[in-house]
Design a protein. Sequence first.
Lengths: 184, 184
Amino acid sequence: MPTDLTGKKIAFIVNNSGVEQPELTRPWDDLGAAGATTTLIAPEAGEVKAFNNDVEPGDTFTAELAVSDADPADYDALVIPGGTTNADSLRLDASAVAFVKAFAEAGKPVAAICHGPWMLVESGVVEGKTLTSYASLQTDVRNAGGSWVDEEACTDDAKGWTLVTSRDPDDLDAFVEAAAAAFA
Amino acid sequence: MPTDLTGKKIAFIVNNSGVEQPELTRPWDDLGAAGATTTLIAPEAGEVKAFNNDVEPGDTFTAELAVSDADPADYDALVIPGGTTNADSLRLDASAVAFVKAFAEAGKPVAAICHGPWMLVESGVVEGKTLTSYASLQTDVRNAGGSWVDEEACTDDAKGWTLVTSRDPDDLDAFVEAAAAAFA
């Protein structure tokens, strides 16, 4: 990770249950090691239960802020980890959906992996963008007006904001590198 | 269950892991008790691992047939149970998607609950239909051309086939009653 992210404030948004653990911890650790300040945000402040392979209980993390108390203006960039039930539940939280939308509207970079792009579909920011995701989302992405591609990391600058997307945990090396480049 | 389903052959399609247990067992038991012959079909014949609340391991069931070996012509109706990871994985199976589509194209009734309607989105049969689902799918349903409604059981006869849909396990009484009426 040669990219220097000193001074960058990066928000991570997850549900209080269901995040795919390495999709949280790898970007969190690597972007932090590059100098960024990272903040974990969820529908409720407090416990975040991670899983591996969607249904195997993982570790517990702590959300510093409830999304309804978080101001997108306080952050330079956003990371949206995956996990099937994580993204499926998070898209039902209106504050979380508005939080994601605010980054795109402000022209700030967003990086989403695996099932995280459902949050982009829910926020209505996919139209005219080129992106990847876990393969099961491709029809939802296309129906939302996006161009779905099958790549380990896709960086798209259309519509005035940069979107970095990847397919699954096997893409994490490329995902973190592309996210760091977009956030620098 | 006053409806008589004697002689009706009903296929149930699920993934080999992830089905929300009561969304399989309630329709299976009740439609069987009404006289229907029920067949469990999955991407692979054999073990089907059910869950409760998406991530709590439930019981194990047995798929009699692999979907690639199943002929839609052998059945009068189709049930698509939910479960977030169930539907998320099943929509990646091309044979399962084609199996679902065949029922709509043949004008046969289909009943889908919770996250099951993702299979309808993936099969391209939602356009012009009115349906409900787990609330998180509503944007995907609308983007696929469907009219999403918030009802415990929705029966729609548009486009030459009957679709019964419900939102979650709390709707199972209404779901099974509406499915039985549609299948009779």
